[in-house]
Design a protein around this ligand. Structure first.
Ligand code: AMP
Ligand code: ZN
Length: 124
């Protein structure tokens, strides 16, 4: 898609700090992180919003979601269990969709936030 900044990252026309890549999915660090770890997971094929998705996108959406815990592990933000049944760590996933959803870049992307709080503008 012309003039789509994330398509340009997929095509390596502009640089990004890429943390994962396969045939269908790309993940890279957010350029303006709101948390100590802030990653974006995108489909390589241009889809503007989650609102444009339907059953045909289920596979790539599943891959995006399943990649989050793998990246969380690699970036030190996975949930850990201390052996006493207490959990620590963890992360937030978020897909902003459309104007009312606060979406600014119109290529579907899933945010993954984690690390020591506070985080900017993300509530609890
Ligand atoms: P959203 O409001 O969900 O559309 O979020 C778009 C996100 O893309 C923001 O967190 C931006 O900081 C991030 N972003 C915009 N341009 C780039 C870029 N060139 N590389 C990495 N992240 C970007
Ligand atoms: Zn795009």
């Amino acid at each position: 898609m012309d003039n789509c900044i994330f398509c340009k990252i997929v095509d390596k026309q502009i640089p990004a700090n890429i943390v994962y890549e396969d045939d269908e999915v790309l993940a890279f660090k957010d350029i303006n992180p709101a948390a100590p770890v802030h990653l974006l997971i995108i489909p390589k094929q241009h889809v503007a919003t989650l609102s444009d998705c339907s059953a045909e996108h289920a596979t790539v959406l599943g891959k995006m979601l399943a990649l989050a815990p793998q990246l969380a592990q690699e970036h030190g933000i996975a949930v850990t269990n201390n052996g006493n049944g207490e959990r620590s760590g963890g992360f937030k996933t978020l897909i902003n969709t459309g104007p009312d959803g606060g979406q600014e870049v119109y290529h579907l992307h899933m945010h993954v936030y984690g690390g020591k709080r506070p985080w900017r503008g993300l509530g609890t």
